[in-house]
Write a new protein. Structure first.
Length: 188
């Protein structure tokens, strides 16, 4: 958090390197959240760009006593939810099967920092988990992603989504129950 504050101060002073540094720290994580929520790469890019436009435009309003990442995810989450409400997108899978093949593959989401052996080793597990998460309604999917993929606390999620803490806890509990039910239903 201290490192973020130093970079934020640089941004507020107009230092272009500081702007690039904040983008480097958070852009990939915001895009990852957005693509999983809005489910279209182009729309996720738009949400990510709009997130950082708003971050930089309102940086002077950021409360430096709170985690910067949570503030960024607040903005990104709200934009994702607004996008979903505007578009009323039907859920689609992030996986694709080529014609004539039963094998599924992820669409344009691979993490460039992964090593090939790690992708191979964990790919099937991750695909199954992500496929299950993708079946959740958006209001459950976002809390699961913020909690388990972006490591936000319940309090940070509540703040990011402007929800009561109890609602966040209940949604995470219900989402986990749905996922467990689907996992056990698949194994029967």
């Amino acid at each position: 958090m201290t490192e973020d504050l130093e970079v934020i101060r640089g941004c507020l002073a107009g230092d272009e390197r500081s702007y690039r540094e904040l983008l480097a720290r958070y852009q990939r994580r915001v895009y990852s959240l957005a693509v999983r929520m809005v489910r279209q790469a182009q729309d996720a890019e738009d949400v990510t760009q709009e997130t950082f436009v708003r971050v930089f435009r309102h940086l002077d309003r950021y409360d430096q006593n709170r985690p910067f990442g949570a503030w960024v995810f607040t903005i990104a989450s709200r934009l994702c939810i607004d996008h979903i409400r505007r578009r009323r997108l039907a859920p689609i899978s992030l996986f694709h099967s080529d014609p004539g093949s039963d094998e599924e593959r992820m669409i344009d989401i691979e993490d460039p920092e992964r090593k090939p052996d790690e992708v191979t080793q964990h790919g099937e597990e991750e695909r199954r988990v992500q496929d299950l998460i993708d079946t959740l309604p958006p209001h459950y999917r976002i809390v699961v992603m913020l909690r388990h993929q972006h490591d936000l606390s319940y309090e940070e999620i509540a703040e990011a989504l402007s929800l009561p803490l109890g609602t966040v806890k209940a949604r995470i509990h219900r989402a986990r129950a749905r996922l467990a039910q689907r996992i056990h239903g698949d194994e029967s």
